[in-house]
Design a protein around this ligand. Sequence first.
Ligand SMILES: Cc1cc2nc3c(=O)[nH]c(=O)nc-3n(C[C@H](O)[C@H](O)[C@H](O)COP(=O)(O)OP(=O)(O)OC[C@H]3O[C@@H](n4cnc5c(N)ncnc54)[C@H](O)[C@@H]3O)c2cc1C
Length: 512
Amino acid sequence: MNAFRSLEDRRSFTAAKPVRPKAIVIGSGFGGLAAAIRLSCRGYDVEIFEKLEQAGGRASVHRQDGFTFDAGPTIITAPFLLEELWTLCGRHFSEDVDLRPMDPFYRIRFDDGTHFDYSGDQAAMCDQIAKFDVADIEGYKRLMDVAELCRKLGFEEMGAIAFDRFSDLLSALPSFARMKAWRSIHDLVAQHIRHPKLRVVMSFHPLLIGGNPFSVTSAYALIHSLERNWGVHSAMGGTGAIVQGLVNLLHERQVPIHLNAAVKKIRVTQGKAQGIELDGGEFVPADIVVSNADSAWTYRYLVDEQHRSHWTNRRIDKGRYSMGLFVWYFGTRKMYSDVPHHMMVLGPRYEGLLTDIFKRHKLSQDFSLYLHRPTATDPSLAPPGCDTFYALSPVPHLDSGTDWAQQAESYRQSIARVLEASVLPGLTDSLVTSKVATPQDFHDRLWSYKGAGFGLEPILLQSAWFRPHNRSEDIEGLYMVGASTHPGAGVPGVLMSAKALETVVPHASTLV
Ligand SMILES: Cc1cc2nc3c(=O)[nH]c(=O)nc-3n(C[C@H](O)[C@H](O)[C@H](O)COP(=O)(O)OP(=O)(O)OC[C@H]3O[C@@H](n4cnc5c(N)ncnc54)[C@H](O)[C@@H]3O)c2cc1C
């Protein structure tokens, strides 16, 4: 990752720049980086403060024993949202980042060894459906029609609306009604698809953004449509290559990213954000402050409660948060060439497991995994002849009371056993490097409330107007961007949140 200016360089750097309204962005996840680009293009003098040692947040990268691991997002959809950022900077995305389309998008492997190759090709999808129940083909086509509608209404019409005023919600109600957004995605799928395995195939997608298919709004059927229309991609060099591309754009725009710079407080006077206080005590004044940190954490710990009438501690505590994630990153000394880039390795239970995770907050013995093998597309991410993997297991967030320091190794071993017995024979003997991340790490490292993997759970009553607004309800001059604000988690979601942010931040020229 490009080195950026240290805090020590700040004063001389800023002194040399012309005076423009100052925007501070707290955090450098995809949402923070996109917001910084957009604000810089709107005339602000932007600085990013990031508590970690590198940019990217959940999309950071770690390298170990010659293996390169993307920590988080790997499935890139709606690449036009990235292209937009490059265009804003007068550049071409494809000149900086080499995205490769996946075909099929991913394999879904059931516990009995059968599998479904999911793609955007209708004929191929019908062939796959026919393997299970040919009678579901018509239902699939009807479901895709609903998905198209949800994409048009939920993504294109509403995605970049900041839902700042109650009237924004009222205007959106007809669209919510047309999408029948009160239904869960599983209910929607069950209306059209009969075979239990196909119901899983068609309903699991919201898990990729922290939603329980049995309670997330059916509007998330839009993911099917996004994938079908624009494909599923992976970046050569890994998702870290996209983060690096964004960092380079910011570098060219002279937007510094201060690393190892945790923001301890957002200073507020008379209801207005004045700037930030850093861990070391330094105060940095600003005209506007944009938090890309988890919104619950931002309000709970960075803004004194006396300034918050809307996002009170009680309300934050009562919120519903997405599941936690256990991620095992590992490298093997051999290659598993028959394992595709993206694979869901499902366990024996679906609804029961999700109830344990989301409602009972209980760590189960069984699990379902997303297995990532980026070396299927880019062998340079591992030493020659080796494979890079991660296995992601949705688990309850920290309300489960799990002592992860105690449990992590035995949980990892359970995952290794399942993978060894299913898709990675000989795994234990071929392991050469290994590292895990638990919900406790999401809490301690990323400052994610309750260690949730994706921030606030995307249920209907925590979506759109009900989600923390892009323009703070409580503090003038404070804004939010990223997974815990509208529209929600996932790389497309947080890139859209930066677009929504842009609609409520005043143009810098109006502040001088
Ligand atoms: C394992 C995993 C796999 C995923 N897979 C996919 C996928 O395949 N496709 C997809 O689209 N999405 C995926 N997601 C979701 C996606 O990665 C996230 O929703 C998205 O990257 C979140 O971006 P964000 O802008 O909200 O910020 P984050 O990435 O959460 O970054 C926030 C940043 O703020 C910093 N910060 C926090 N507090 C402070 C503070 N006080 N001071 C300074 N800095 C602070 C943090 O260190 C962090 O760098 C995945 C997520 C995970 C965890």
